[in-house]
Structure formats: structure tokens, C-alpha cells
Design a protein around this ligand. Sequence first.
Ligand code: GDP
Ligand code: MN
Length: 397
Amino acid sequence: MNLHEYQGKEILASFGVRIQRGKVAQTPQEAVAVAKELTEETGTSWYVVKAQVHAGGRGKGGGVKLAKGIEHVEEIADQIIGMNLVTPQTSAEGKKVHQVLIAEDVYYPGESETSEFYMSVLLNRAIGKNMIMYSTEGGMDIEEVAEKTPHLIFTEEVDPAVGLLPFQARKIAFNLGLSGGAYKEMVKFVTALYTAYEKSDSNLFEINPVLKTSDDKILAVDAKVTIDDNALYRRKEYAAMRDIREESPIEVEATALGLNYVDLDGNVGCMVNGAGLAMATMDLIKMAGGEPANFLDVGGTADAKRVEEAFRIILKDPNVKAILINIFGGIVRCDRVAQGVVDAYKNMGDAIQVPIIVRLQGTNADLAKEIIDNSGLAVHSATLFKEAADKVEEVLS
Ligand code: GDP
Ligand code: MN
């Protein structure tokens, strides 16, 4: 589950990670009120107004603006709240901004220069360890740094059973070119950051930029935090931070129905039982020259009601040009699934306007094929995996 920047920063701060402090506001008037409170707490007289949406690159899209005095806060907040923010990470339509974070300006002039670093903590499944990725090239697009100057990105592997060792935190501060007070601050920052990552059941922290202020403090200016969905049952306070306005409406609806659905960009809708078979089916569609429109695992009970719910979810995506149903009948018999497909199809009337290819394999597969073939509906049946793929290609061309 993804969080807003202000929520991610709240979590960081609760574990002692220093952050750029701020308060969230829903209206321009509230923005002024929280700016006043922020000044009382921090002494700041300049503010950064930051759009809160689940997408990075907000600065580039005009979603992060500096207010050089409280008199500018209302106008800037008014520009940002309600805008459709388009960034390199959103679709062309952008994302509607419902709230802004009013944060203290931390780029004030002082004894030394400010510097921006990049730092992320993430689970590296390939090596079964956590990993801290960091770079001196903060504040910019890290994908671009990775492409053009990969030698400027460092990684530190952390064994989850051992945790981050003190020498590793020191190595990171050293590699970032820090010395004196800033070096010590960075060691503290990295240590607290790793603890926060671990204790919050997150699987991604991305802090870009981590800032060294002109008076040598190290703090998080931005925060992208992803909490492991499987841990939300024991992190109720984080689960309550969910903002469904930021999520795909189809995915939210599918989750409510207990369907395991992920929205994708292609044109072939998939209805499959079992996550492994669903992934194999997506590969198959790609090999046949199509692109999957979704991942959908209907789970164990593929009866008419379930199939109909799945049809309705898949068909909400206007890009779907064909649907491939690939179900293995083990405990659930194929003939029952076939009858479910036929009943759901009849029930839905004109709602289904795209060709459907059904492959049922397992118990009573022959009977299932008969039911489909004799239904008189525009449903193509297939027995073999390859056959199903060829039919998808056929109906798409
Ligand atoms: P992103 O564009 O979505 O990654 O949002 P960030 O939170 O990273 O902010 C974008 C940029 O705004 C940062 O890289 C900074 O250059 C700038 N910025 C953020 N906070 C401040 C601040 O306190 N003062 C000034 N002058 N600039 C800031
Ligand atoms: Mn950023």
C-alpha cells in the first residue's frame, strides 16, 4: 500500500528520523492556518507548498512551490489544490490534488552549501536481503542517474537477521563525501531510517532528496513509503492511512469482491484461477502477440456468480478487446465452471461485446467443452494452452 508524502514522513518521524516538518491542509484557508502553526513550532518564515498525490516528479509538474512569506501561502495553495497534476509518473490526464503539505523551507542559506542525496531502502527478493541504495546525485530522476552514471549509485546489502551494522552506516556517510558534523548526522539518519523501514513492515522507502542543510543537519525532504499489504492486519494505524482516491477504482471494487485483480495496459482480459496459472496465462498472451489487460485470480470458487462478477470487473476496462478464461478444474469441476460461464454470459445480455475464449482443463473437461460448444454463444472453447493462445491471436487480428 502506497502512502502520501506527509504520511510517510509521520512514520519516519515516529522512529526518530529527522524530516522537513510540515502540516497537511485541504483548503487554501486551512493552509494559512497551518502555516502559522508551523511558524510557531519551527520559526520558519518561508514555506514549501507540496501537492499530495501518489506520484513522484511533482516538482516538475508544478506541484511543489516555494512561498517566500505567509502572505503568499493562500494563493499558491489555491493554485495547487484542485489542479490536475501531470508528472512524468502520472498518466496524461494527471492526478487530481485534494490536499497540500505546507512544509518549512529547509534550503535556507548558511555556513556551508546545501547538498541533495538519494536514498532508498528496499527488499531485494533476488538475494533475500534488504538493500540500501544511495547516491550523491539526489533531487533528480534516479532512473536517469542509473542510466547515464551508474557508478554514482551505491548499494549496501543488509541481512535482515543481523540488521544494519554500525560500520555500514559509517561507510554510507563516507561514500556520500561527508565529514565532521554532517557525517555524524548521516550515520544517525541512516541508522534510524533502517530501523523505521524494518519496524514499520515496509517494503520500500525512497527518500529523494535527503538534504544536508547549510548548518549540517541531515533530513528527509521527500518520502515515498510502501507498506507491505500482508502486514496491514497488524499495522492498523497504517492501514487507516489508505487513500482510495489515489487507487485504481476498478482495483478497489475488485478487492471489495475478494477478487485478486491488477489493472494493466493491454487489450486481452484474463480470468484465471490461481496466481501461478494467471501469470503463465499472461506470458502466453504475450507470446501470442497480445498484451494482457489485467491480472485476475478468481480463486477457488468459479461459479456463475463469481464468473459474472469477474466479467463485470474486466469489462470496466475500455481497452479490453477479448477475454481469455483459463481455468484448471481440480476441486471445482470444469463442467460447473462452463455452466457458470454460460449462465453469466446469458445473464449479462448485451454487456459482453467482445469475443471470449475459454480453456477448461482438469476434471470433466470434455463435458465442459460440450457445454460451451452447444451453448450457441459467441464463446470459443479450447483444450490446449497453445490452442487458446492461437484463438486469442485469431480474434484479435
Ligand atoms: P517530487 O518532485 O515529487 O520528487 O517532490 P520533492 O518533495 O522531492 O520536491 C521537489 C523539489 O522541491 C526538491 O527536489 C527541492 O529542490 C524542492 N524543495 C523541496 N523542499 C524545499 C524547500 O524547503 N525549499 C526549497 N527552496 N526547495 C524545496
Ligand atoms: Mn522527490
